[in-house]
Ligand binder design. Structure first.
Ligand code: ADP
Ligand code: MG
Length: 601
C-alpha cells in the first residue's frame, strides 16, 4: 500500500471505496491477531457460557425450593430441601469458579494480543523508510503507540469480557424467566421499550461527549508538549504569562466536558433503576393477583422478581462498552494503516556481496523527487573516485541534503542509478550498506546510555581501547576524561550534559570507529565553535583519511581540505573543480569565497 492509504486516516469524511478499504485492512489485522489464539478464544467462550448459565439458574432453584421442597419439608421430608440448597450453592460455586477461570484466561489472552500489537507496531514503524517518518509526524506515530493502543487495551481489559458475560447473562435470564413464567416475561419485554430509548439516548450523547473529551485532552497535551519542547523560545520571548492563560482555558474546557460526561451517567443510572423498579412492581402486582387466584406458585413469583431485578444489572456496562468498542475500532483502523505501509527502500531479496568496498560512487542519470511530486534533482551524472574528499556547497534548498540521503540510501533515486563500486545500492543488504556508508548529520543524536555506548554504536563489538582510540582521533578524548565518570558517564544524567559541539565530536568518533568506505557529513560541523577551528580541521582530516567523503558545509574553511568542490544550485551541479581552481576562477564559488574572506576581516 502507498502512503496515501495512511494519509486518509485523519480525515473525517472518507469516500465509499476508501472506507471500505479501511474496514478491510482493519479486519485483516484483526484476523491476523486472532489466528494464533483461536483455540484459547474457544476455551474462553466455553467458560463464559457455562459460568453465566450457572449464574442464571439460581432463582429457578429458589422457585423449586419454595414451591416443592418446602411443602415436602413441612411433611417431614427434608431431603428435597437439602438437595436443592446444595444444588443452589453448587451452582453459585461453579459460576464463581468459572468466572474466575474465564477472567484469568481471557486476561492472559488479551494481554498477548496487546503485546503482539505493540511489538508489531514498534518493529514496523522503526523499519519504515525515512520517507514515512518525514511525512507521518512523530506525534502521530506516538499517538498510535499510546492512545490508540490504550483504546484497544481498555476494550480488552474490561469492556470486552464484561460485555460478553453481560450479554449472555441477559439472554440466559430471559430464557429462564420465559420457561418459568411467560406472563412475567412479557412484562419484561415491555420494559425493553423504555430501556431501548434511554440507552440509545445515552449512547448517542456519550459518544459525542467522549469525542469532545478526547479532543479537549489532545489539545491539552499538544499545548503542554509544544510549550516544553519549545521552552527556550518560550523563555526568550517571555511567553509564560500568555501560555498560562491559554493552558488554564484548555484545562477548563477539559474539566467542563468531563463534567458533562459524568452528568450523563447521572441520568442514565437512576433511569435504569427506575425502569427496573417499575418492571419488578408490575410483575409483583400482576403475579400477586395470580398467586391469590392460585394460578401461580409463590416460589415462581419470587424467582420472576429476582430475574427481573437482575436483568438490568449488566446494562450500564453494556452501554459504556459500546463507546469503548467504537474507539477501539477506530484505533485499530489507524494502527492497521501504519502496519500496511510498505518500506519505500526495501532490502533486496538476493543481495550482491561486496568484498572490501573501495568507495567508488557513481551517479548515472539520477533524478529525484519526493512523494509530493516536486522534482528536487532534475537529473545528473557524477563520478566520485574511491578515496576522494568532496566538498558540496550551495544555497539552502539546493538539494545537498537530498543528495546525501540518496548516497546513504535513505531514499532511492526516482530514475537512474547510483552505484557503489559498480553495484547498485538497491542490491546491497542493509548490513553491508550500513557498514560501507555512514552519514553524520547536524542532529548528532545521543541515545541514553554512557558516552562509550554512544561511540560504540558505530561498531557494536568495539573494545574500550578502540573506543578511546576513536575519541582521541577526533580530539574529544580530553573532554570525555573531564566528565565525572569519563567514558562511563551517562549522557542523560547530571554532569553528563554535553554541548552541541561536543555532541558532534562524539558523533565523529562514532563514525570513525565504524570505519566506513564512504562518509557523508551533512552540516555536521555547524555547531563546532570557531576557536577550535584548527582542532576541527585536524579532527576532520583524521576522520576523512583513507575514505571517500562528502562534506556539506556552510563554513568555507572546511573546503580547503577537499580534493574537489561541487557547487550545487537548483538540484544541479554547476561547478566542479579543485578548490584552488574554483577560487581563482570567476564562477559562483569564487564569489562565495570572496564574500566569505571579506566577512572574516
Ligand atoms: N522530505 C521532504 N519532502 C518533500 N520535499 C523535501 C523534503 N526534504 C527536502 N525537500 C525539498 O527539497 C529541496 C532540497 O532540500 P535539501 O536537499 O534539504 O536542500 P539543502 O540541504 O541543499 O538545503 C527543498 O526545496 C526542500 O523543500
Ligand atoms: Mg541540508
Amino acid at each position: 500500500m502507498s502512503m496515501q492509504g495512511v494519509a486518509g486516516e485523519d480525515r473525517i469524511e472518507l469516500n465509499k471505496d476508501e472506507s471500505k478499504s479501511v474496514r478491510l485492512r482493519s479486519r485483516r489485522l484483526l484476523r491476523s491477531l486472532i489466528r494464533p489464539i483461536r483455540s484459547r478464544l474457544a476455551v474462553s467462550f466455553t467458560l463464559v457460557v457455562i459460568s453465566q448459565a450457572a449464574r442464571a439458574i439460581g432463582p429457578a432453584m429458589i422457585a423449586f425450593a419454595i414451591d416443592r421442597a418446602l411443602p415436602e419439608a413441612i411433611h417431614q421430608n427434608l431431603t428435597p430441601l437439602f438437595l436443592v440448597v446444595a444444588a443452589y450453592l453448587g451452582a453459585a460455586l461453579t459460576a464463581a469458579t468459572l468466572t474466575y477461570a474465564f477472567l484469568k484466561f481471557a486476561a492472559r489472552t488479551n494481554q498477548n494480543v496487546l503485546f503482539d500489537l505493540r511489538q508489531r507496531l514498534f518493529v514496523h514503524a522503526q523499519r519504515l523508510s525515512l520517507e514515512f517518518h518525514e511525512t507521518y509526524t512523530s506525534g502521530r506515530v506516538i499517538a498510535r503507540q499510546t492512545s490508540d493502543l490504550d483504546a484497544i487495551k481498555e476494550l480488552l481489559d474490561t469492556g470486552g469480557n464484561e460485555m460478553i458475560a453481560g450479554a449472555l447473562y441477559m439472554v440466559f435470564t430471559s430464557v429462564a424467566l420465559y420457561a418459568l413464567d411467560p406472563s412475567s416475561f412479557v412484562v419484561l419485554l415491555f420494559s425493553l421499550v423504555p430501556l431501548g430509548f434511554l440507552t440509545r439516548w445515552f449512547q448517542r450523547n456519550t459518544k459525542l461527549r467522549y469525542r469532545e473529551t478526547r479532543v479537549a485532552s489532545a489539545r491539552l497535551i499538544v499545548k503542554f508538549v509544544e510549550t516544553m519542547t519549545g521552552i527556550r523560545a518560550v523563555k526568550a520571548f517571555r511567553k509564560e504569562k500568555a501560555n498560562d492563560v491559554e493552558y488554564a482555558q484548555l484545562t477548563e474546557d477539559y474539566r467542563k466536558v468531563n463534567a458533562k460526561v459524568i452528568q450523563l451517567f447521572g441520568i442514565y443510572d437512576p433511569g435504569l433503576t427506575m425502569i427496573g423498579t417499575v418492571t419488578v412492581a408490575v410483575i409483583l402486582l400482576f403475579g400477586g393477583f395470580r398467586v391469590i387466584d392460585g394460578q401461580l406458585g409463590i416460589g415462581i413469583l419470587t424467582a420472576a422478581i429476582l430475574y427481573a431485578r437482575r436483568f438490568f444489572d449488566p446494562m450500564e456496562d453494556m452501554a459504556t462498552f459500546y463507546n469503548a468498542y467504537q474507539s477501539a475500532t477506530s484505533a485499530l483502523e489507524k494502527i492497521s494503516g501504519v502496519l500496511e505501509v510498505l518500506e519505500s527502500v526495501p532490502e533486496p531479496q538476493h543481495p550482491v556481496k561486496l568484498e572490501q568496498p573501495a568507495g567508488h560512487l557513481n551517479f548515472k542519470d539520477v533524478e529525484f523527487h519526493y512523494s509530493n511530486g516536486k522534482t528536487v534533482l532534475p537529473g545528473f551524472n557524477l563520478d566520485i573516485p574511491a578515496g576522494q574528499t568532496i566538498a558540496l556547497v550551495g544555497t539552502t534548498g539546493a538539494g545537498k541534503s537530498t543528495l546525501a540521503k540518496l548516497v546513504s540510501r535513505l531514499y532511492d533515486p526516482s530514475a537512474g542509478q547510483l552505484t557503489l563500486d559498480g553495484v547498485d545500492l538497491r542490491d546491497l543488504s542493509n548490513l553491508e550498506l550500513r557498514k560501507a556508508i555512514v552519514m553524520v548529520t547536524q542532529e548528532a543524536y545521543l541515545f541514553s546510555g554512557t558516552v562509550a555506548d554512544n561511540i560504540a554504536l558505530g561498531k557494536p563489538d568495539a573494545t574500550s581501547a578502540e573506543i578511546r582510540a576513536a575519541a582521541k582521533a577526533v580530539g574529544v578524548h580530553e573532554f570525555i576524561m573531564s566528565m565525572p565518570q569519563g567514558y562511563d558517564t551517562d549522557v542523560n544524567k547530571r554532569g553528563g550534559r554535553v554541548s552541541a559541539g561536543q555532541r558532534q565530536l562524539i558523533s565523529f568518533a562514532r563514525a570513525f570507529i565504524a570505519d566506513p568506505a564512504v562518509l557523508i557529513l551533512d552540516e555536521a560541523t555547524a555547531s563546532l565553535d570557531i576557536p577550535s577551528e584548527r582542532l576541527v580541521q585536524h579532527a576532520l582530516q583524521t576522520l576523512l583519511d583513507g575514505r571517500t567523503s562528502i562534506i556539506i558545509a556552510h563554513r568555507l574553511s572546511t573546503v580547503s581540505i577537499a580534493d574537489r568542490v561541487l557547487v550545487m544550485e537548483l538540484g544541479q551541479i554547476i561547478e566542479d573543480d579543485t578548490p584552488a581552481a574554483l577560487i581563482s576562477g570567476t564562477g559562483k564559488f569564487s564569489r562565495m569565497h570572496a564574500a566569505w574572506r571579506a566577512s572574516l576581516v
